[in-house]
Structure formats: structure tokens, C-alpha cells
Write a protein that binds this ligand. Structure first.
Ligand code: NAD
Length: 372
């Protein structure tokens, strides 16, 4: 049964089922593809309805990480882990250390990080058992909170989309509606205000709205109405599936470009955006700044280099737009093509000579020297 499921959800290289009765660990690590480098992706802790749901989730998410890293131009592969359990009830030091030992057994083929349901503290326990973990506290050489870097990448993606669609080199006077003022959205607003964009904001959390309205004198929009408010750029930075059958006919923007994951409810909504002339910045390309930040952590972390790295989102996005135009496909399809072509061509190169392609694995040796 499980093998059928695994085959149905992409050509994964390796799946590791982790079980430790004493500490209550039930986890799955999925390594989708390591052509470009070690498989990096966070560990999600979730109370899945059943084990099949957990397996499907980890298969889907690990494949997504392969595409994200490849389109971001990083020498990383795609992987992900899920721990089955309630993050509010079932966490313990022993559980994360037992999980860390499993990560370690993969000898660097998989590198983990935080995700939904796991925290920096949990990763600290994982780090006690393995060096193959990112998102650890700054005191241990980690990169800390990725959100400011994700937000900076999103800013770069918005700039690229504005250049492409409005032929403008600056965001001055460009109307941007930001939905969601959490970690990513609030940092994005700071950047947009500094660029002199005309920013409107919406969040179901009134305190978050009033904080930014008071700080910058911005206009607040009803959280239900911000998706369809009149603007140049709609920047989703809250939940997924925000572009759906209900919102799509009522959009009054020219560009959709924001940090949220899985913005399109279904692939057909991407086609509908294309047909209606709205330029969509594919989510996994525009929100790759956080991944770029942890990649810098693998090389020896510096905040300046991480910010510098995230400026690459501009060029990545421009490439995606060009592929979409040249092939008359959606920008989402174009992003997939960009990722697949990088894996194909660099994978072939790797077979012939190691060169700098060997870098991620040499980096892993450096990681093993990291101080505990
Ligand atoms: P967060 O939880 O800090 O913030 C989300 C905000 O959205 C909250 O303020 C919440 O009140 C608001 N919100 C929820 N539902 C809403 C609605 N219906 N209308 C308006 N506002 C609503 O999360 P975050 O870390 O800022 O992440 C935001 C999005 O970006 C998520 O989709 C996340 O998966 C994605 N993302 C985040 C990162 C990162 O570095 N944090 C990286 C990549 C992708």
C-alpha cells in the first residue's frame, strides 16, 4: 500500500520511517532528489488523521522542496520530514533527540530545519544528535528567524514583476496591498514603505494592523476585502488558496506577488490569471529567501551575505517571466520548467566532473566541525 503511494507521488530517492516506542516517536523522512546537493527541508509536527495522510504530506512537501531549491539556483536537493503527533502535547527532549539520531544516520543526505509545529528549541535538541540541522539559534552559528530574508526576497520579486508588467524601475507610487502582517508581511511592509510604495494593509489580527497603521500612517483595508481591493500589486502574506473561484473574478490588481505558500487553490487558477492578464509571481520562487538564508548558514552564516543572496530572487523571477512568454505557458509552469531544466543539466554535468558541484558535500564536512 505504502509503496504504491510512494510511486504515485513522484520519484523519491529514499524514504525513512523512524520509530522509537520508548519516546513515542513516529516520523517519516522523505528524500525526493539530491541531484543538486543534500536534501534540505523542515520537519513538520502535526496530528495527522492517519499514517497515510502523513506519508502523502511528506512526499508532496519534499518534492516541492526539490523544485524550490532548484528554481532558487541553490545547490540543494529536496527533502522533508514529518513527526506524527500533537505539537502542544507530545513534544519532549527525548523525542527530538531520537529524531535527530535518525537524521544523523542519513550522514548528511538530508538536512532538517523548523517547519509548522516545530521551533528553534526543538532544533536545538536535534542538534545535540546531529550537525545536519539548520535554523538553530544564532549562538550556535545558526541563522535565526528566516522571515526578514523571506520578506526581502519577496520585495525583490515584487520589483521584478513591477518592471515586467508596469515597466517601472522603482516602487515609488506603486500601490501594494499586503494581506497578512505576521513575520513576513510586517517585514515586507517596512521594506515597501522605505521604497516609497503606497501601501495598504489587512489582517484579521487588529493589533497587528493598528501597529503598522500607527507606525507609518498606512490605510487599513477590511481583511476580507483586501484580496479584491484596487491596487497595482496584491501581496498575499497570510494563508494559502487565496486565488480561487470566489476571488479570481473580482481581482482589481495587475500583479499577484507575495510570500504566502500555495497561493493558487488549483493549477487552473494560474491559467485563469494568465488569461485575464494578471501577472503572477509563483509563490515558491518569490518566497525562497528563507531557504537562501539557511543555505548561507551551511556555508558559515553572515546576515549581510544572506540579504545579498536574496536579491537573486529578482533575476530568478525575470527568468521565469521570460520562459513563460517564450513558451506561452503560465508562470507557474515556467517555474517548474526552470527547476527541471537546472536539475537535468547540472545533474548531467555532475556525472562528468565534480568541480564546484561537489561543494555542498564539502560544506557538510564543515558542518560536522560546527561547535556544539
Ligand atoms: P505568520 O503566522 O507570522 O503571519 C500570518 C498572518 O496572517 C497573521 O498575522 C494572521 O493574523 C494573518 N492572517 C491569517 N488569516 C488571514 C486572513 N484571512 N486575512 C488576513 N490576514 C490573515 O506567518 P508568516 O511566517 O508571516 O508566513 C506567512 C506566509 O508566508 C505563510 O503562508 C507561510 O507559509 C509563508 N512563508 C513564510 C516564510 C517565513 O520565512 N516565515 C517562508 C516562506 C513562506
Amino acid at each position: 500500500m505504502s509503496f504504491e503511494l510512494i510511486e504515485k507521488h513522484g520519484e523519491h530517492e529514499e524514504i525513512l520511517f523512524c520509530y522509537n516506542k520508548d519516546v513515542g516517536l513516529k516520523a517519516i523522512i522523505a528524500i525526493h532528489n539530491t541531484t543538486l546537493g543534500p536534501a534540505l527541508g523542515g520537519t513538520r509536527m502535526w496530528e495527522y488523521e492517519n499514517e497515510e495522510d502523513a506519508l502523502v504530506d511528506v512526499l508532496r512537501l519534499s518534492k516541492g522542496m526539490t523544485y524550490k531549491a532548484a528554481a532558487a539556483g541553490l545547490n540543494l536537493g529536496g527533502g522533508k520530514a514529518v513527526i506524527i503527533g500533537n505539537p502542544k502535547k507530545h513534544k519532549s527532549e527525548a523525542l527530538f533527540r531520537a529524531f535527530g539520531a535518525y537524521v544523523n544516520s542519513l550522514k548528511g543526505l538530508y538536512i532538517t530545519a523548523e517547519d509548522v509545529g516545530t521551533t528553534v528549541q526543538d532544533m536545538e535538541y536535534v542538534f545535540m544528535e546531529t550537525p545536519f540541522v539548520t535554523g538553530i539559534p544564532k549562538a550556535f552559528g545558526g541563522s535565526g528567524d528566516p522571515s526578514p530574508y523571506t520578506a526581502h526576497g519577496v520585495l525583490m520579486g515584487i520589483k521584478a514583476a513591477v518592471k515586467r508588467k508596469l515597466n517601472a524601475d522603482s516602487l515609488e507610487g506603486v500601490r501594494v496591498a499586503v494581506q497578512g502582517l505576521g513575520n513576513v508581511g510586517s517585514n515586507l511592509v517596512d521594506y515597501l514603505v522605505a521604497e516609497k510604495a503606497i501601501v495598504t494593509v489587512g489582517d484579521i489580527d487588529k493589533d497587528r494592523v493598528s501597529k503598522l497603521v500607527d507606525k507609518y500612517g498606512l490605510t487599513a483595508v477590511d481583511p476580507n476585502g483586501i484580496v479584491t481591493s484596487e491596487c497595482d500589486v496584491f501581496a498575499p502574506c497570510a494563508m494559502g488558496a487565496v486565488i480561487n473561484d470566489q476571488t479570481l473574478p473580482n481581482l482589481r490588481c495587475q500583479i499577484v506577488a507575495g510570500g504566502a505558500n500555495n497561493q493558487l487553490a488549483e493549477a487552473r487558477h494560474g491559467r485563469a490569471l494568465k488569461e485575464s492578464g494578471v501577472l503572477y509571481a509563483p509563490d515558491y520562487v518569490i518566497n525562497a529567501g528563507g531557504l537562501m538564508n539557511v543555505f548561507v548558514e551551511l556555508e558559515g552564516y553572515s546576515s549581510e551575505r544572506a540579504i545579498d543572496k536574496t536579491t537573486q530572487v529578482y533575476d530568478n523571477m525575470m527568468q521565469v517571466f521570460q520562459i513563460a512568454e517564450d513558451n506561452d505557458v503560465t508562470t507557474e509552469d515556467a517555474a517548474n520548467r526552470l527547476a527541471e531544466s537546472r536539475i537535468k543539466h547540472l545533474g548531467a554535468l555532475r556525472q562528468h566532473h565534480q568541480g564546484r558541484m561537489a561543494r555542498p558535500f564539502s560544506t557538510l564536512r564543515e558542518m560536522t566541525n560546527r561547535q556544539k
